[in-house]
Ligand binder design. Structure first.
Ligand SMILES: C[S@@+](CC[C@H](N)C(=O)[O-])C[C@H]1O[C@@H](n2cnc3c(N)ncnc32)[C@H](O)[C@@H]1O
Length: 314
């Protein structure tokens, strides 16, 4: 049943404090494990059953996967799992305190074989830096894939980081994660590879998002034409950018809405900024209809829109 996922779902975009306090969230202290791209949730369900004394967190981007995983977890009767619809790389960096995660699992990540799609691959230098910051001492990362070169590339990046001791990649006979993709590739006779990396040296864990909602008060009133003129406003800097893509004016009230695209180190978000008149005068703030993570690019867009409305150059 589609509603079962609600029992397991968490909404990190709504959290006003980051990183999360997972002990409070689960209602108990326990070792933490994370799965990125859990698909139909078979692996999480099995792990949760095997380790009732662990807290497990899964991240997915596909809505249908969340629904299917929710059903599977409910069928398994497990309670020690939370699921979120968030990019796994971003979530791993932003939602966990330094050295707080014991294990991270990645089962059959999309390999993105074309060179032009390479930036979409999950395991890269940045991912490994995040792992080195967020994994507990001796914490482990497990990659299972049918793609030999993906496993080799991952091993190379982990080796270059210098903070990990590796096992593999090696062919995996039995004992895979038991997921839909494992079954699919085994049916096709593809070999499966497992890479295991244990953290042996720490690294500073640098996060970029905050819980607090940015807003800027304006000293003067705003007109429709001024809001509409904001379309095309953009700014970019090393690691980030934003652009205002659309502007809307509510004819029934004094209120403007801006559609904004922002990116922080490759993590993209789309959201609305509201230009509204409240009790204390006009202000620019995040509109409640879309709640992005409060990253540097999101905060910058609020500040710059306000600066233009106040007649200052961005
Ligand atoms: C090839 S499927 C594997 C699914 C599952 N792990 C399995 O073994 O059956 C890859 C999954 O990763 C998810 N995914 C892709 N990029 C992601 C990301 N950045 N964060 C979280 N999930 C992601 C996709 O939606 C998809 O469900």
């Amino acid at each position: 049943m589609a509603w079962e996922v609600v029992r397991y779902l968490v909404e990190p975009r709504q959290w006003t404090v980051l990183p999360a306090d997972w002990t409070a969230l689960f209602g108990r202290p326990a070792p933490l494990a994370v799965e990125i791209g859990f698909g139909n949730g078979e692996f999480l369900a099995e792990l949760a059953r095997e380790r009732p004394h662990w807290n497990l967190v899964g991240f997915e981007v596909a809505l249908t996967c969340l629904k299917k995983a929710g059903t599977r977890l409910a069928q398994a009767g497990v309670e020690n799992v939370r699921l979120a619809r968030v990019d796994g790389k971003f979530a791993l960096r932003e939602l966990f305190p330094a050295e707080s995660v014991e294990e991270v699992y990645l089962n059959f990540p999309c390999p993105w074989p074309k060179a032009r799609h390479a930036p979409r691959r999950l395991v890269d230098r940045e991912f490994v830096r995040i792992l080195a910051g967020v994994l507990a001492p001796r914490g482990k990362f497990f990659l299972t894939t049918d793609v030999d070169w993906y496993a080799q590339n991952a091993a190379q990046v982990l080796r270059e980081d210098g903070g990990f001791s590796l096992r593999g990649p090696r062919p995996l006979g039995e004992g895979g994660p038991g997921t839909r993709y494992e079954r699919k590739w085994r049916r096709e006779g593809r070999p499966i590879f497992r890479l295991e990396a244990e953290k042996v040296a720490g690294r500073e864990h640098v996060r970029i998002a905050e819980g607090e909602m940015p807003h800027v008060k304006l000293t003067q009133q705003v007109r429709k034409e001024e809001v509409e003129a904001l379309v095309g406003l953009k700014e970019s800097w090393p690691g980030g950018a934003f652009v205002v893509k659309g502007a809307y004016w509510n004819p029934a009230g004094e209120e403007g809405l801006l559609r904004v695209f922002a990116t922080d180190q490759g993590f993209q978000q789309q959201y609305f900024l509201a230009v509204v008149r409240g009790a204390g005068g006009w202000m620019v703030k995040l509109d409640g209809a879309t709640v992005p993570f409060r990253t540097p690019a999101v905060k910058r867009s609020v500040v710059q829109v306000a600066a233009v409305l106040e007649g200052r150059k961005p």
